[in-house]
Design a protein around this ligand. Structure first.
Ligand code: AMP
Ligand code: MG
Length: 509
């Protein structure tokens, strides 16, 4: 079958048909108790131009390439019924009450045959949930979302996807570092794709508002459409459903830890009910292996969402989801079982992650010490996580001299400590680490902040070549791709150490 046009896709609106919604269409930001969504149309933009297009996502949708008009929000096609979702969330540990899609509008759901996928524009203008903001997105953050979500997919990490990136031909004013220096930036819109954009906060809002009826309808809907093997009619059914969410969330975070990804804003409104990495904002990649690092300057002081704390935060967030579903339980104390599931699954995957990263073949009790010692010595001086693990895959003798290029200051390598650890590892694997597994677990290429920034700097001058190059590179992150080694298998360059967008990011997008 040939590719279809947008209007030939099978558009569906199950969410609108089966959950309670707002009577009013569009309109000013307001509190909307009792509803799951509000219909709203994208705002017209002056000159939408398609800049990036994911051929793979298009193939999944069986969609031919389209121009910027629809994906920039200027034109709707028959079958689309756009809306913004209402949800709440805990932000940095505090209940923020109603948030909702302030800068996202779902165009509709597409039935692809095997799946139903939601297509959502990020940055298409105000919705009833925009609060005090403009509902738009800038090119900088749109490139970061587009490239990273596709890169995560190819790393084998559950994530929302991206179909397209359109520039709007309009300037949007942002104060990047919140320091009183607002400046105009190019506006852009990413079309992102997922089974749904339901978050933990989608359920929390009804529960926190004491609205059991709406909560029940949303849970029934979610289970029927997205988790059909479970039932919402009994404690047992709900527990099995929540166990699945526990498990998928834990697995997602174990993957983040494997590749050095830091989400940056793990608020409960940014936790997908499908265990997908969602809402790419001030995320970052660990370069120097520092568990206390966070790319998000807004969180720099407390480090709530720092690299090394993501698993615990996942548990905290999941506990908030459990609380929010508890009104539907006859015996809510049973919900503790699900938290156990979360911890157990995380532990299991954390172990197998280390087994894979170190080529151990199987986990032995004594390996805990080996791993502990490794994470300690990795932190002794600035050491590049990605390069270290990748070079380890091909190490032929336990001598740190061969891993020199992973260090930021080669003069200060603690040689003795390193050689002691390498010898312990070498003995453990009997000189024969499982190299194939290691190469599948330790990517050679990740989207380092400075790489994204180079793509952004060029794109802001209408040159998308770097963005396209990175997109292609990151389709095969575990492959050698020698032709790119010199350029992209590199530690953070000195210019990026203190540059906004590289070492410092904010939620401003
Ligand atoms: P985030 O930190 O990106 O998860 O966003 C938190 C909340 O703020 C969500 O409800 C967003 O939709 C909303 N938000 C963020 N940026 C904007 C914006 N430019 N316009 C409207 N709402 C926004
Ligand atoms: Mg968000």
């Amino acid at each position: 079958m040939g590719r279809q046009s947008l209007s030939e896709l099978k558009w569906r609106s199950y969410f609108l048909e089966e959950t309670p919604g707002d009577k009013q269409v569009g309109g000013r930001p307001r509190q909307n108790p009792g509803v799951c969504w509000s219909r709203v149309k994208p705002t017209l933009v002056p000159n939408p131009v398609l800049r990036m297009w994911s051929e793979e996502m298009a193939e999944t949708l069986n969609l031919e390439q389209v121009d910027g008009q629809v994906l920039g929000g200027n034109r709707l096609v028959e079958g689309m019924d756009p809306y913004a979702q209402r949800y709440g969330g805990h932000q940095f540990g505090n209940w923020a009450n109603q948030l909702g899609d302030g800068r996202a509008i779902t165009l509709g759901e597409v039935d692809t045959g095997p799946d139903v996928l939601e297509l959502q524009l990020k940055g298409p203008g105000k919705t009833p949930y925009s609060r005090f903001a403009d509902g738009k997105a800038v090119l900088r953050s749109s490139i970061r979302e587009y490239l990273c979500s596709e890169a995560m997919h190819h790393l084998g990490i559950p994530t929302t996807r991206a179909l397209s990136l359109v520039t709007t031909g309009e300037n949007v004013v942002r104060d990047v570092m919140y320091d009183g220096n607002p400046a105009p930036e190019q506006g852009a819109i990413v079309c992102r794709v997922a089974p749904s954009f339901l978050r933990f906060g989608s359920f929390q809002i009804h529960s926190m508002n004491g609205d059991r009826a709406t909560l029940k309808r949303l849970v029934d809907y979610t289970i029927e459409h997205h988790f059909p093997s479970h039932s919402s009619e009994s404690d047992d059914g709900l527990l099995a459903w929540l166990d699945q969410i526990a498990s998928e969330t834990a697995i997602m975070i174990a993957h983040w830890m494997r590749v050095g990804f830091v989400h940056g804003v793990m608020n409960t409104d940014n936790m997908s009910i499908h265990g997908l990495t969602i809402d790419y904002g001030p995320y970052g990649w660990i370069e120097d292996y520092n568990p206390n690092w966070t790319p998000n300057t807004t969180d720099a002081r407390t480090g709530r969402y720092r690299f090394g704390q993501q698993a615990q935060i996942g548990a905290w967030n999941f506990a908030r989801l459990l609380e929010s579903i508890s009104p539907l339980f006859d015996e809510p104390e049973r919900l503790y079982e699900c938290l156990e599931t979360y911890y157990n699954i995380y532990e299991e995957h954390n172990r197998s992650m280390w087994v894979q990263k170190l080529g151990l073949n199987e986990f032995r009790d004594t390996d805990s010490e080996l791993i502990q010692n490794l994470t300690t010595v990795l932190q002794s001086v600035e050491t590049d996580m990605t390069i270290f693990f990748r070079l380890l895959c091909t190490l032929e003798e336990p001598n740190i001299a061969h891993l020199k290029s992973a260090f930021y200051d080669t003069e200060s390598i603690p040689v003795e400590e390193w050689n002691a650890w390498l010898n312990a590892w070498w003995t453990r694997v009997q000189g024969k680490p499982d190299r194939t597994t290691m190469q599948q677990a330790n990517p050679k290429y990740v989207l380092r902040n400075w790489m994204a920034q180079l793509a952004i700097d060029a794109a802001e001058k209408e040159d998308y070549s770097i963005a396209h190059e990175l997109y292609e590179l990151l389709k095969s992150p575990y492959d050698e791709q020698e032709e790119f080694e010199e350029k992209w298998f590199q530690k953070r360059p000195e210019w990026a150490r203190h540059r906004v967008g590289c070492s410092m990011l904010s939620c401003s997008s």
